[in-house]
Design a protein around this ligand. Structure first.
Ligand code: CIZ
Ligand code: SF4
Length: 303
């Protein structure tokens, strides 16, 4: 069944001249049929330059929206339109507008895990791969960082010369990791290096040998002399790690590291999206242009 479905997807993809993009947190079957698998930074960069007519996005809503903002002439379809990001919903445009009024002249740095409306109110976007370097590069000494208070705290630690004004948002998946989970994982796998995403709560960072984004964790495992790792980010990354470093052993830090939204997309959804059964992402051009500025500054920070 699945073999036939995969064949149909391949045929439709060629007919529609479509590109299938998948985030590292997607289920293995989706990662395997995707043309490109990556973190939100890599996917945004790729979406900007593809010459295909249509992008089928397997991820969550803000990612497909970013692809549309960056490449508006393409049809962009989120394979499962119900897949959202609860963290992105934790910053609403009207609340951010009111917050900005309290801090006139202070730039807003928005994690890409935000809606187009929030990006449009922000000066600069970042991902977890580049948040530290982008904030460091700003000339202002004070910065508002939305919505992830954990990544914002990480930036504040790495860029102590600046004052980071935090927002009370967080990832409901990474936030679940507790000290007990890390202790148990370390006991079960003594000697394994602990690699952790900064979306985890700061109370567990002390257990990490390395803190980094999904892409940085994948690079670390690929390039390390070590053989065994405890991975403190969403479960889907294990499949990506198996592909890039099949000889290494990677354990998920805790079974709680599963993002229900990232797991919504199925092969059936991809087939439906390619067959015209899922509405494409549409956006008001004024909003798109305002949101594009912050994303472009992330992608080309020196321009
Ligand atoms: O938690 C997420 O949604 C992440 C880490 C996205 C990304 O690739 O930066
Ligand atoms: Fe949002 Fe967290 Fe899921 Fe990423 S892992 S999409 S931040 S809820």
């Amino acid at each position: 069944m699945s073999v036939l479905l995969i064949e149909r997807i391949k045929k439709l993809k060629a007919e529609k001249n479509a590109l299938i993009m998948a985030h590292n947190y997607q289920i293995p079957e989706i990662q395997d049929i995707a043309d490109i698998v990556g973190d939100s930074y890599m996917l945004a960069k790729y979406a900007q330059t593809t010459d295909k007519d249509c992008i089928i996005f397997c991820g969550v809503h803000f990612m497909a929206e970013s692809a549309k903002i960056l490449n508006p002439s393409k049809r962009v379809i989120l394979a499962n339109p119900d897949a959202g990001c609860p963290m992105a919903d934790m910053v609403q445009p009207k609340d951010l507008k009111a917050f900005k009024e309290k801090y006139p002249g202070v730039p807003v740095v928005a994690y890409v895990n935000t809606s187009a409306e929030v990006k449009a109110l922000s000066d600069l976007c970042c991902t977890s791969s580049n948040a530290v370097s982008l904030v460091k590069g700003l000339k202002e000494e004070k910065v508002i960082f939305v919505p992830d208070r954990n990544l914002g705290t990480f930036v504040a630690e790495q860029v102590p010369e600046k004052e980071i004004i935090l927002w009370e948002g967080f990832c409901i998946t990474h936030e679940r990791v507790e000290a007990e989970d890390v202790k148990k994982a370390v006991e079960a796998h003594p000697g394994a290096k602990v690699l952790m995403h900064p979306e985890c709560n700061p109370t567990v960072w002390g257990f990490a040998d390395f803190m980094g984004s999904t892409a940085q964790i994948i690079d670390y495992v690929s390039n390390s002399e070590d053989q065994e790792f405890i991975i403190g980010t969403e479960a889907g990354i294990l499949h990506s790690l198996k592909k890039v470093a099949p000889e290494k052993t990677c354990h998920l830090l805790s079974d709680c590291l599963v993002c229900q939204n990232m797991k919504k997309t199925t092969l059936e959804d991809v087939e439906k999206a390619l067959s015209g059964g899922v509405a494409e992402i549409l956006m008001d051009e004024g909003l798109r242009l305002r949101a594009e500025g912050a994303l472009l500054r992330m992608l080309k920070p020196n321009d």
